[in-house]
Design a protein around this ligand. Structure first.
Ligand SMILES: Cc1ncc(COP(=O)(O)O)c(C=O)c1O
Length: 362
């Protein structure tokens, strides 16, 4: 078999993955043959996982967080729904018959998967003019069967941050057996600590959170983060594991490679907080530069709040850019979206803008 070579990142502009930090890559290889799914047998990787959870907790305003390193944001979001559904079933005075989850329509499609596999109803509500969750719409959709309200801190399409404290208020005002509040910071979590946004466990009564080392955290895939304020959320996920050395497991996956955990531990150790701050400032400046360049050419730009730019482009220009090798995607409304991940440099963006010029209708 020929030695296969992966793509390089020099034209990858819409992905939320990036080149891992070299220390993460090296640690991942070292721990490839470990299984954090059985922490009693694989004790060193279990210790590293505890370090990652504590590091993610610090970043998310919850120094003594509970949680684990998931396979990605999808698993963490599915688990948030599962924990809320199970807790409502087991702890509420009246268990919901058809549990529902209320989320803004900007929510990631992983919640559709969660609803499908867990048998809950996903109620999406319109966002406001700024692409953020509208707390009054959320409030109106919540009822006595709502087990979870979701807010997004760094939306996939526009990089917007939902008003998390207002969503917490909407959740609490539901009264009685109140829904849990989950924040999906899968992508935004490693940028938001360097902004003024109110998004984390310290800013509002958030119950669970997704924050992924394998996105802006520069860890190796697969490394998602599931965090919980209370141990009870993890207990609600745990099942007995008779044939393992460990006696219970809260993860959705069973056996999983320690590579993601080790990579996340190494990246956090090397980059938190200064390295991540520097990267955020550089990426944000690049996003603002790109937005200004596209705006100056008369295109409709959604101004970046985090390092993500969305912009209307003529169809022919978009297609020509793709044909030229740029790996770009569209929002549901059809705009180009450029995610300024750590591998995206100013030089790369200059080359991209030059191609936008050459492929624009004269
Ligand atoms: C906000 C958000 N949540 C969840 C996910 C899903 O993460 P993953 O692809 O790691 O499962 C993404 C992916 O881009 C995302 O942007």
């Amino acid at each position: 078999m020929q030695r296969a070579v992966p793509q390089d990142f020099s034209r990858v502009l819409s992905s939320m993955c990036t080149e891992p930090h070299p220390v993460a890559r090296e640690a991942a290889v070292r721990f490839l043959a470990t299984n954090p799914g059985d922490p009693s047998t694989y004790q060193r990787i279990a210790e590293l996982e505890a370090e990652v959870v504590s590091g993610l907790g610090e970043l998310a305003g919850l120094p003594d967080a509970h949680g684990y390193v998931a396979s990605g944001g999808t698993e963490a979001n599915v688990q948030a729904v599962r924990a809320a559904r199970n807790r409502a079933r087991d702890e509420w005075t009246t268990a919901p018959e058809t549990p529902n989850v209320v989320a803004p329509e900007s929510v990631h499609f992983s919640f559709q998967k969660a609803a499908d596999v867990l048998g809950v109803e996903l109620r999406t509500v319109p966002v406001d003019d700024g692409y953020r969750a509208d707390p009054s719409a959320v409030r109106a959709a919540v009822d006595s069967e709502t087990v979870l309200v979701v807010g997004v801190a760094g939306t996939t399409e526009y990089g917007r941050v939902d008003p998390i404290p207002e969503l917490a208020a909407a959740t609490h005002d539901a009264g009685g057996d109140r829904p849990f509040l989950h924040v999906d910071a899968a992508w935004g979590g490693f940028a938001l600590p360097f902004t003024d946004h109110a998004w984390n466990f310290a800013h509002a009564d958030v119950d669970t959170m997704t924050v992924d080392p394998h996105k802006l955290g520069q860890a190796v895939v697969p490394a998602g983060g599931f965090l919980a304020r209370d141990r009870a959320a993890l207990d609600a996920l745990a099942v007995d594991t008779p044939y393992l050395e460990s006696t219970s497991q809260a993860t959705l996956t069973g056996t999983r490679s320690g590579a993601g955990v080790a990579g996340a531990a190494a990246a956090l150790d090397a980059l938190w907080p200064d390295g991540y701050r520097e990267q955020f400032e550089e990426s944000m400046a690049d996003a603002e530069w790109l937005a200004a360049e596209l705006d100056a050419r008369g295109f409709d730009v959604v101004a970046p709040e985090l390092p993500l730019v969305a912009c209307e482009l003529p169809e022919s220009t978009f297609d020509a850019l793709r044909d030229a090798g740029w790996r770009i995607s569209r929002t549901a409304a059809g705009e180009l979206r450029v995610v300024c991940m750590p591998h995206v440099t100013r030089e790369m963006l200059r080359r991209f803008v030059a191609d936008v010029d050459s492929f624009s209708p004269k």
